[in-house]
Design a protein around this ligand. Structure first.
Ligand SMILES: C[S@@+](CC[C@H](N)C(=O)[O-])C[C@H]1O[C@@H](n2cnc3c(N)ncnc32)[C@H](O)[C@@H]1O
Length: 297
């Protein structure tokens, strides 16, 4: 097990570089995640890895350590209802609101190995053939470059496609390659993967109609959640939708968001155009708050 000195050092490093809070008592988790990194670095223990980290000036080892401490658990159509809401509410509303500009921008902001953005892409292909003549872009980002590399390949093991993916989608959108399942090019081409750390400066992201930021805020403390939700103001369009994970909320963190109930799920919209939106220039077609969306707070 790492010494308490090493734990304190790692807690500080991981928090500064990712916002992830490593609580006290997570020594087992740290040991199991970082022992393989220690082995790769040719040292015998996590304590020796920490010694190496303290001397590392390039920041590369620190990045590897932070990546190793991320939890990348995900699955196709995770939780079901956000994708039902996408089919029944978000996209139908946006089809009306964007009928002039005929474009949709979606951001999956902690995409891990890609199941989430690819689920969105398949749901759009399957449910909205009219989007074929629209510009549809799905940006998928994550802190962890190694998981993004896997996501870009769009290849999944049998166990991964057996979790959450309807069998008809497997037949329609995947083919068998070397014992794995590979997504078809038309699905892969809808998604662009880029590295983005939510707690570091973001590259310029064009205003989005739909943001999936699921199961990442749970790793952050309140002040980091507040900062990230605030930065989203200038990315989420005023009538766009924000989808958080089941254990995540904007409540008591950012009162610029109104909650919207769709089926069993609660989603979010900005209450009023933010200053950034109202000063961005002439209003674009469809840039109006949706009056049809039932808001519950
Ligand atoms: C549990 S996965 C969630 C995947 C997917 N959104 C879902 O709900 O199934 C959490 C992801 O957040 C990423 N992550 C953690 N901290 C991050 C940060 N500061 N910036 C961007 N991504 C981060 C991790 O690398 C990991 O892939």
């Amino acid at each position: 097990m790492p010494s308490s000195d090493s734990m304190t050092y790692l807690q500080g490093l991981v928090y500064r570089r990712s916002g992830i809070v490593l609580e006290d008592g997570k020594d087992y988790l740290v040991d199991s995640r970082l022992s393989p990194v220690a082995r790769c670095e040719g040292v015998a223990s996590v304590d020796e890895l920490v010694d190496k980290l303290r001397r590392d000036r390039s920041g590369e080892l620190a990045q590897r350590v932070v990546e190793a401490m991320t939890t990348n658990e995900t699955l196709f159509f995770r939780d079901g209802h956000p994708f039902d809401a996408l089919r029944s509410h978000f996209v139908p509303e946006l089809l009306k609101a964007r009928s002039q500009e005929r474009s949709l921008r979606i951001w999956s902001a902690a995409a891990a190995t890609g199941q989430e953005p690819y689920s969105i892409a398949m749901a759009l292909l399957q449910g909205f053939p009219e989007l074929a003549s629209w510009r549809v872009s799905i940006l998928a980002t994550d802190l962890n470059e190694a998981v993004l590399e896997r996501a870009r390949r769009g290849r999944y093991r049998a166990l991964e496609v057996s979790r959450g993916l309807p069998p008809s989608y497997l037949t329609k959108y995947f083919s068998r390659v070397d014992g794995d399942w590979e997504l078809s090019a038309n699905v892969r081409d809808m998604v662009t993967f880029r590295q983005l750390n939510l707690v570091e400066p973001w590259f310029e992201i064009a205003p989005c109609d739909l943001v999936f930021m699921r199961n990442v805020l749970i790793y952050f403390d309140a002040s980091t959640k507040i900062t990230v939700l605030k930065r989203l103001h200038s990315v989420l369009r005023p009538d766009g939708f924000l989808v958080l994970g089941g254990a995540e909320t904007t409540q008591n963190l950012d009162d610029s968001y109104a909650s919207v109930r769709v089926g069993p799920g609660v989603y979010y919209q900005l209450k009023t155009p933010t200053l950034a939106e109202s000063t961005r220039g002439a209003p674009r077609a469809g840039d109006v708050a949706s009056s049809r969306t039932p808001r519950v707070a």
